[in-house]
Each structure stands twice: as structure tokens, then as C-alpha cells.
Design a protein around this ligand. Sequence first.
Ligand SMILES: *[C@@H]1O[C@H](CO)[C@@H](O)[C@H](O)[C@H]1NC(C)=O
Ligand SMILES: *[C@@H]1O[C@H](CO)[C@@H](O)[C@H](O)[C@H]1NC(C)=O
Ligand SMILES: *[C@@H]1O[C@H](CO)[C@@H](O)[C@H](O)[C@H]1NC(C)=O
Ligand SMILES: *[C@@H]1O[C@H](CO)[C@@H](O)[C@H](O)[C@H]1NC(C)=O
Length: 733
Amino acid sequence: MKKQWSISHSHNYTKLKHTMIKIAIVSFLAIGIATSFSFLISSSPPKSYYHSLYISNSISDNASISHDLYMLTRRPHVAGTEANAQAAAYVLSTLVSYNIDSHIVSYDVSLTYPISRSLILTQPEPASEQLPITFDLRQEIYDGDPYADVAHEVLPTFHAYAKSGTVRGAVVYANDGRVEDYKTLKEMGVNITGTIILARYGKIYRGDIVNNAFEAGAIGAIVYTDRKDYGGGGGGGGGDEGWFPQAKWMPPSGVQVGSVYDGAGDPSTPGWPSIQGCERLSDDEVEKQGNVPLIPSLPVSAADGETIMRFVGGQVANEDWQGSKDSPTYRLGPGPGILNLTYTGKKAIETIQNVIAIIEGVEEPDRFVILGNHRDAWTFGAVDPNSGTAALLEVARRLMKLQEKGWKPRRTIVLCNWDAEEYGLIGSTEWVEDNRELLASRAVAYLNVDCAVTGAGFHASATPQLDKLLVKTTQQVGDPDNSSQTIYESWVAPDNSPTIERLGGGGSDYAAFVQHIGIASADVSFGKGYPVYHSMYDDFVWMEKFGDPMFQRHIAVASVWGLTALQLADEEFLPFDYLSYAYELQKNAKDLEDEISDKGIRLAPLFESIKRLRDAATKINQERKAIEENRVWAWKFKKDQEKVREINDRLMMAERAFTDAEGLSGRSWYKHLIYAPSKHDDYGSSYFPGIDDAIEEARSLSTPESWRSVQHQVWRVSRAVRHVSQVLAGELT
Ligand SMILES: *[C@@H]1O[C@H](CO)[C@@H](O)[C@H](O)[C@H]1NC(C)=O
Ligand SMILES: *[C@@H]1O[C@H](CO)[C@@H](O)[C@H](O)[C@H]1NC(C)=O
Ligand SMILES: *[C@@H]1O[C@H](CO)[C@@H](O)[C@H](O)[C@H]1NC(C)=O
Ligand SMILES: *[C@@H]1O[C@H](CO)[C@@H](O)[C@H](O)[C@H]1NC(C)=O
């Protein structure tokens, strides 16, 4: 990796060290005393030396990453199972072997497992010879599958937290299952009431597919993998290349398993930690919370989805609802195909394990830079999530190397390996709820990696004050797929500016940190989406063949992730820039203005508060610069540390001020007024979610009061943004 800062720095460092020793001696003579502080500076290399070392080839190790991934993915390890407890033990012992102080924090949480499933396709007269069809709902072992011996440990395909029950109804094809798809069906005169929806995976969160079906009047939902989206599009369920293990595509029997719970954390302990013996909602109370589906559902394969589709008649679906060239013509129904669907699940309180490792900061031990990734997987989890776990262990391994060479972080670094993310971000959420006040007063930033690698191409999401830092770190790390450029260069290539997404979605463990307590956060990965997602084919063979054959992308994720953490942990001033936040909010506010320009909503308060934020961000940046420029003598350095800390506290706490104690109306766990999932798609990220919800309601009610409540939500956001600028300014009014 050519552009990566190389370890030839060690040479420069020797020179630098001599210079610094000289300076130290001179100041000793001049001032008469050598404070322990200046001695400390002169006796160890500067932080930048360690940061360059961190990303150098000399200490990165793809063999170690590959080994960890292999070890973690030997067996399926769903949350709450013995296999996943063993995976936790593996992570713990690896961290301990790196001399990092580590422990397991357990929670007792409400999980669900499948007991029985049945799906039968029939048709009223005239009877068809092919019917009834009883689907076997099984994923096939592939040729040469090294995991065939443990394939029976893969859970039967199901939706976690699906409603148990038996339903029978005519099939309606609902495309992606979005709210707008039901609108289209309604416009085309398709009666949804009492039907079973067949919808395809890929556009929105599966829990919302099921819930939208329920709201449209359906009594059950089947969600299938269309080969157009996951199979390479071609004939027979695969592209011309075929499917896994010949090609990266999902085999025809592959099923995307997953949760349909639409919230964060243990559904039976909303807002409080699931510690042993704690208060818990009853099943009825959980249902009343409104984020578990009220109709049964099942996920099915491309092959089964296509079979069902052949028995759906009625109007031909729109062009953009159709499958690939050689798929049957998709029609809307209802019927004539009728599905009998039975799902029975078991609820159980199971113990889950978060592994927490701590490298204590020397100068500011009470300031935390937190890295997190989950460990639990629906099946083998080679991509999701253990590519991230292997990267986390690589970060830990390199930090051990740095410690061996004398590095000590200024702030505390916390490495977290979460459990039960797949069920609903449970391990991370319970931990955040358990440690809420300490985190809110001490956490500087949270850096998440879920699937570290699904393929090529760097992706990042962040709260906007971290944008510049991500640019800076990616400018230092080599592109794993092209050694003559940096990650930054490949990242910006399409339109010459980095695309940084925001963290409003509910897709991973950053949710509790950002959306519940307001901690600056980021999430990075290589690749985005992959065909065998949440199926039993997400195994080590797939990763080695298609995801990352040389494990160089894993190396790159560990480099960006760890280097970003090192900057946050070691830089004297927190590398936050709230000007990016002000620009981003200005852009969002302009878009909002365009969206509701004719509704008489006054956005002036919002624009005014964003202007104040911009001024406060400029001012704090200047304060920081002034301190740096005024430094002449080392002894002055020590004296201004209190001021440095005070500025850093303002930078850290500013993000908290975007949260509001009451939270969003009707979903009060979400406290952040800028970022939260959109209501009808948990994966979808909206800005100003409270305003968004209110607009949606006003559009459907069309009353003056409902538009007044949009205005109220605009005021709430304006006040939050104003609070942020006051925190940045650091002065009482
Ligand atoms: C829709 O179907 C349901 C159930 O079959 C029926 O009760 C209802 O009358 C139908 N609605 C319309 C508008 O046809
Ligand atoms: C489907 O369900 C209906 C109603 O519950 C039942 O009468 C019928 O026997 C079932 N069909 C099959 C093939 O199981
Ligand atoms: C690799 O990066 C260089 C420098 O940016 C660029 O000119 C070249 O086209 C890239 N090669 C590939 C295969 O993308
Ligand atoms: C590590 O990378 C090197 C060089 O890119 C490659 O030759 C080697 O096969 C990789 N090792 C593994 C385990 O993938």
C-alpha cells in the first residue's frame, strides 16, 4: 500500500526524539526545574508516530484476521445459544491474550425461536394437478460444503418476534411492501383485506414489510428473495455464472432470516436495562407497545417465492414490479393461489453476553472513545457480523503492539463486542440503558462496524461533526483494491466529494448511542449489501471466495476504524467540527422548505438557530486555534490544559443537546430530534424525524390543527439546535 504512511517514520522519530531531548535540556536549564510533564513529552515518541505505526504494513496481519474469522464462524451462533456463548469466550480470551483488561457483561433478554412452521399452497376449483404444494422450507447443503456436519444447527428459517398463529388467505403480490406499494394496489382496485401478502426483500426493513401488510388489511405475510435482486438476475435462479459456491449469488433455496421487531433493545424492557430479575412487560403489554407485528409471517427462498407467484392471477403488475427476463409474469392477485401459513414461535428469556475491553487513558481516563461490533449471527455470520468481529480483534491486536512500544492513550478506549444485535440491537441498547448517565457525561464518540466487508468500495456514515476526521483518516490509509491510491481517492472518485450518510436508520448498534443519548458516532464498511445476506451461505467459504479473498479489505477497515479511534483518543483537542453540522442542517432545512413551501409553516426559527450554530462552531474553532498559536513554552502547555478540557467538554456535550427528554411523539425512546429511523422503514433514515412524522399525519388528516403540530415540531428542532449552539459557546445566558 503505497500511499500508506510507512514505518520509515521510525527513522525520523529518532531525529525528532533527539531534538526533543535537547529542547528538554534547554528548558531544564532555563527554567531551573524539569517538570515531570515536559519530561514525559521528551521521553516518548509523539502520538503521530504511533498513529503511523498503527496503519503500517509492519503490524497489520491478514492471516490473524482470517484465522479469527475462521474460528468465529465454525458453527451457527444465534444469540442466546451455547455456540454464541462460546464465541463470546473466544473473543474474551483473544482480548485477554493481548493484555487488554476485559470482561463479560450479561443481560437476560426476551428472544424468540421457531418451534414449527408450515406453508401450503392450494387453489379453489378448478383443482391443479400440481397442488397442493407443501413447501419444505429448507436451505440446501451445497457441493463440498465444509459445514455440512453442523448444518442441522442452523435454525429453521423464520422471522424473530413473528406472531404465532395459523392463517389462510388468497395471495396478493405487493412488490417491496412499502406504503406506496399498497397505495398503488389500492389505486388498481386490489382488495387486500383478509389476504396473505407476498412481498420481496430488498427495499425496506422486513419488520416494516410485515407491519405495512397488517396496516393494509392482510392477515399474513410471506417475504421472499427475488433472484432479480439476489440471484444475479439470470435463468434458473442464478446469473449465467450460477450461484454460490460457483458465484457469489444466493442459491435458489437460500432464505434471508431476520427479525421483524421494529424497535431497539429487549422489547420487554423498553427504556431500562434487562438485568437479571428486573421488571418486565407481559406479552400483552409488549404487543401494546406497537413494535412487534400482529400477523404471522415467514421468509421464503427465491424458488418458493417464484412457485407461489405462478399461482397468482389477476392484473399484470407494473413493469418495475416484475422479476427478471425469464421469471413468470408477476400478477397482483388476490389468488387464485391460497396459502395456509402456520408459524409457532417460542419466547424465552435468555442470557446474552457483551464482551467489554478497556484500555485506560492516561491523561483523561474519564473520557471514553468506544468501538463496537456485534458477534451474534443468524447462521455462520462470516460477513454479518464476524468480518467486523475479526476487524475488532485486529484493532485490539495492533493496539497491543502500540502499547508494547510505549504508547498510552490520552483518553480511555473501550472495545465492545455486542450480543443479540440481530434480534433488535439488544446487547448494545441494554448496555447503553444500563450505563446511560456515565456514557452521557463521559463518552466522546462511538465508532460502529457491523459487516466490515461485503465486497469492494468504502462506505461511511456519521454524525456530521466527524466528517472531517473521516476524510483525514481515509486520506492516510491505502485502498485495498488499488495500491496506487488511498481509500479517500477511491471513495470520492464518482463525484469528487465523499458521500457520508447519516445515522438515522435503525440498522445497527449505533442506534442507542446516537438516537437515544446523543453521542457523536460513525459507522464504516467495505461494500454495501451482499446476496447471501442472513442465509446459511454466509460462511467462511463465501468470504474467502467472494467477499475478501486476501483479507486486505478487512485490514483496511481495521486501519480506518482504529486510526479514527486513535485520533479521538489521543488528539489534545477533540477532532470535531460543528461547521459541518451547521452546513448539513442548513441543507436539510432548505429541503424541508421546498417540501412544505405551500403549507404556511414558518421555518424562520429553524434557519435562525442554524445560523447561531454556525457562529458558535466558528467561534469555538477560533478559540482552539488561539490556544495552539499562543503556546510558546512547555510550562504554559500544562497551565492551559484546564482550558483545553473545558473546550473539549463543550465539543463533547454539544451532540447531547440535539436530544430531548420527551423524545419523538409516540416513540419516546428516540430522543434525538435530528436523526431517527423513518416510521415505515426502520432501515430508512430521515432527518428531522419529528417534523417528518407530523407532516405525514397532517397530509393524511389535512386539518389546520395537524399542520399546527408540524409548526410545533419545527419549534422543537429549532430549540434543540439553539441549545447546541449554547453548549458550544459555553456561556450562561
Ligand atoms: C374486501 O374483501 C373482504 C374480505 O373478502 C370483504 O369483506 C370486503 O367487502 C371487500 N371489500 C371490497 C371493497 O370489495
Ligand atoms: C388450509 O386451512 C384450511 C382452514 O384452516 C383447512 O380447512 C384446510 O384443510 C387447510 N389445507 C391444507 C391443505 O392443509
Ligand atoms: C488505481 O488508482 C489510480 C490512481 O488514482 C488510477 O489512475 C487507476 O485508474 C486505478 N486503477 C483501477 C484499476 O481502478
Ligand atoms: C495476505 O495478503 C497477502 C498479500 O496480499 C496474500 O499473499 C496472502 O494470501 C493473504 N493471506 C490471507 C490469509 O489471505
